[in-house]
Each structure stands twice: as C-alpha cells, then as structure tokens.
Write a protein that binds this ligand. Structure first.
Ligand code: PLP
Length: 361
C-alpha cells in the first residue's frame, strides 16, 4: 500500500485517489489494446473517444451548450497571456485588464509586449493584492475585459464576475475551474492550466465562444491561432494525450461521484468555512485576504512570527500534511484545498493547527 500524505500543494496538486487508482490499474493495458495510454496513437479510436469524452463532459459540467469550443493546448495557462491578445484584439478597441495579482500582472505584461493598447481599469496592487476590486468603469468599446478568477498566490477570488455588458470577459480560470457553476455566456475566452483542478501539468483547457473566432487574424503562426485547435478538435498536432486522458477521468469523477458542480461548490464552501472559521476564531493564525475576497481554493494565512511559521511547516510535514508553504514571493502559509481535497482532510489540518497553537500560542 502506497504511503500518501494530505497534499495541500498549489499546483501540480492533489487529484482524486480513485482516479489515480484507475490510472494505475489500466496503465499497462488501456482498454484491451495491449498498450499503455501513453503508447497509443492520438488518432486511434480509443484516444479520440477519450478526447471527445473530456470535451463533452466539460460542456455538460459547465453547461456550455453549442456556443463554445473546448480545446486542449500545450504551453500552459501562460501561453494564453499572449494568445488572448494576439487572437482577440480588435482594431481600435483597447484591451482592458483588472490586476489582482502576480498572474494578472503577467497577463498584462505579455499584452504590452505585443504593443497592444492595454488599459488597467482596476487594480488591488496598492493593498498588496489582498482584495478584489469592487467598482471600476467598464468601457463598452473594449475588445475584452481580462480577469483572473482566482488568485492562487494571494488567496483571493472573484465571488461574482464583473458585469461588462457586451464586452466579452477573457478569464484565467487556472486555479478555480470546475470548482463551482457559473453562467458562461459573458465569457469570450476561458483558459486554465490543467495542473490544479483538472489533471497533471502539460496542457491548458481552453473554452472559447464561437463568435470570438471571427477575430483571429489570418497572419498568426498556426500554433498560435485558436482556430487551428478548434477546427481540428485539438488534433492539429500531437496533443498532451496523458493529460487529456486524466482530465477525462477527473471530469467523470466530478459528474458521477461528486454529482456535478453544484455539489462540488457546496463541498468547497464547507471546507473553506471550516478552515477560515477556525483561523478567525483562533486569535493566533491570521488570514491575509480581505474577508469578502477570500478564495475557496487557496487559503493564505500567517502565524505570529516567521520563526513559528518555519516550525509549523516542519511539524505539519512530519504529521503528513504537505504543501502548506506560501508562494516563494510572499512567504507565510497557504492551504490549497482544490476539488480533490475532502472535508475530512481539512478537518485533519484544523486539528493539527489547534494542537500547534495549544503548544506554541
Ligand atoms: C491563476 C494562474 N494563472 C496562471 C498560472 C500559470 O500556469 P502555467 O504554469 O500552466 O503556465 C498559474 C500557475 O500556478 C496560476 O495559478
């Protein structure tokens, strides 16, 4: 029996155990082919069924209907910091961004490198990105409004998405995709690195509204055009087969075991309530995000001193609770409680935190 820990890593992150077990069980002989999933052709019937399974499950889970394409594109979420402006900028219409942290800042930087007319219409930088901006002007003339739905490093999340009227939202949903239901219609583009709520690293999931494809300039290199991937059902070249296969299994778990995104959200809220509730009552631990901007996925907190934080992380690790160190750029602690982390695992963390406080507080 493999010895496993409770894995609070921010990404790559914990995946459902039943999915890992299925991968193990069928790794040497995928559905009677006598080959591993990583050894068969991406054009084989078996792989195409897997790919189509992942696409259809995404459409069902997010209630996308026929207005959207789902594609898998290698290069991670970061590639879309460039692909979004390259593909979706309209002549004479600025690109609007809301800056809520490191990843938004990177998206803004790439759009500027491309010499686009970039406007940052709101930012929470002056308060160290500890909140989600609430009021800002939305200009109906923008090509799109870009947001980061969940800020993995600072532990903030959009509770409700901004209303931008006819302006399509372009959204980096890397760290909270599939964690809750939402209305997809205002979104022109959603992209998410796979390695948190979807599967292993190596691909991004891209959801693009069909009307956005009319914007794609003809003179982009093929691999940088969204249309290349939507026209060929992600099979223009060899896709990240193992990633897509795993995503299909994770999405099946979401549909069949969890029972869809409404249930997933309930569980995610319960986990976050347990952890934030404990932190707020403790008088020892301190949450770093403003309360109304708190992330249900990444819970960031500090202890009274850096010395105690070091001790906390070391003892947590000894107790089988891993991945709790804050991002290297901010320090402190962070518990990433993505979909695959259960309520019981959060309780284990809270019990440990209570014991640590008793001893050190
Ligand atoms: C919100 C967000 N966007 C983008 C990225 C970068 O993703 P990738 O490494 O797939 O490029 C991350 C990685 O953690 C992230 O959390």
């Amino acid at each position: 029996m493999a010895k496993r820990i409770v894995n609070f890593n921010p990404g790559p992150a914990a995946l459902p155990l039943s999915v890992l077990e299925q991968i193990r069980d069928e790794f040497l002989d995928y559905r009677g082919t006598g080959m591993s999933i990583i050894e068969i052709s991406h054009r084989s019937k078996q792989f195409e069924e897997t790919l189509n399974g992942a696409v259809q499950r995404t459409k069902r889970l997010l209630d996308l209907g026929d207005d959207f394409h789902v594609a898998f594109i290698q290069g991670g979420a970061s590639l879309h910091f460039s692909m979004a402006p390259m593909n979706l900028a309209l002549e004479g219409k600025p690109l609007d961004y809301i800056n809520t942290g490191t990843w938004s800042t990177k998206a803004i930087k790439e759009a500027k490198i491309l010499s686009k007319d970039v406007r940052v219409i709101a930012s929470s930088e002056e308060k160290d990105f500890s909140y989600i901006p609430k009021s800002f002007p939305v200009d109906g003339n923008a090509s799109y409004l870009h947001i980061t739905s969940n800020n993995t490093i600072k532990g903030t999340q959009w509770a409700d998405f901004p209303k931008a009227g006819q302006v399509p939202l372009a959204c980096d949903m890397s760290s909270d995709i599939m964690s809750r239901p939402f209305d997809p219609k205002p979104f022109g583009l959603i992209y998410a690195g796979a390695q948190k709520n979807l599967g292993p690293a190596g691909s991004a999931m891209v959801i693009i509204r069909k009307d956005m494809l009319d914007r794609v300039p003809a003179n982009l290199p093929s691999m940088l055009k969204y249309t290349t991937f939507t026209k060929e059902n992600s099979l223009y070249n060899t896709p990240a087969c193992f990633v897509i296969y795993t995503i299909n299994l994770v999405l099946r778990w979401l549909e069949e075991t969890v029972g869809g995104l409404r249930n997933m959200e309930k569980i995610n809220r319960e986990k976050a309530d347990i952890l934030y509730g404990f932190i707020d009552r403790s008088g020892f631990y301190r949450g770093t995000a403003e309360k109304d901007s708190r992330s249900l996925m990444n819970v960031t907190f500090r202890l009274p001193s850096e010395e105690l934080e070091k001790k906390f992380l070391a003892e947590a690790s000894n107790a089988g609770l891993g991945g709790l160190k804050g991002h290297r750029s901010v320090g402190g602690c962070r518990a990433s409680i993505y979909n695959a982390i259960g309520v019981d695992e959060v309780r284990k963390l809270v019990d440990f935190m209570a014991d640590f406080q008793k001893k050190e507080g």
